[in-house]
Design a protein around this ligand. Structure first.
Ligand code: SF4
Ligand code: SF4
Length: 145
């Protein structure tokens, strides 16, 4: 009877004096790998113009069929997405959309706090996707311009 109790106390004492790993979330965040597949971002040129040329490759390759694009053309015939919707509620964060993009127009940030109260809120439109999701978002391509 006393042996299990002593074993329990020994375990408690071991962890009592060891380094604490608890984080004060959400004030403290757990660091993620630089290549973490988090919330998507549609990248822009330094001028603010969207890089995407509405080629539809990302929507075609997406196994979850969660990207919807409506293409339009500028007077010089350059295509751009009139609307771009990405449903995070369906996304499986495989990264295929990023890999296939010929313009590096879509990236995945390190942002992982994606909870919402409704499925509709998980559908991100073009304007939302063009905004960097948080100050912790770091993109080498954006830094390079
Ligand atoms: S990460 Fe995968 S599932 Fe999500 S939008 Fe891209 S291709 Fe589709
Ligand atoms: S994000 Fe890339 S792959 Fe998707 S439509 Fe735009 S240019 Fe094409």
């Amino acid at each position: 009877m006393i042996i299990p109790l002593l074993k329990g106390l020994k375990l408690t004492l071991k962890y009592f004096f060891s380094k604490k790993i608890t984080l004060r979330y959400p004030e403290e965040k757990w660091p993620v790998a630089p290549r973490w597949r988090g919330r998507h971002v549609l990248t822009v040129y330094p001028t603010g113009k969207i890089r995407c040329v509405a080629c539809m490759l990302c929507a075609t390759v997406c196994p979850a069929e969660c990207i919807k694009i409506v293409a339009a053309a500028e007077p010089d015939n350059r295509k751009y997405p009139e609307s771009y919707e990405l449903d995070l509620g369906r996304c499986i964060f495989c990264g295929h959309c990023v890999d296939v993009c010929p313009r590096q127009a879509i990236e995945m940030s390190t942002v992982y706090e994606l909870s919402e109260y409704s499925r509709e809120s998980l559908i991100l439109d073009k304007e939302t996707l063009m905004k960097p999701p948080a100050e912790r978002y770091v993109s080498e391509k954006r830094k390079a311009g």
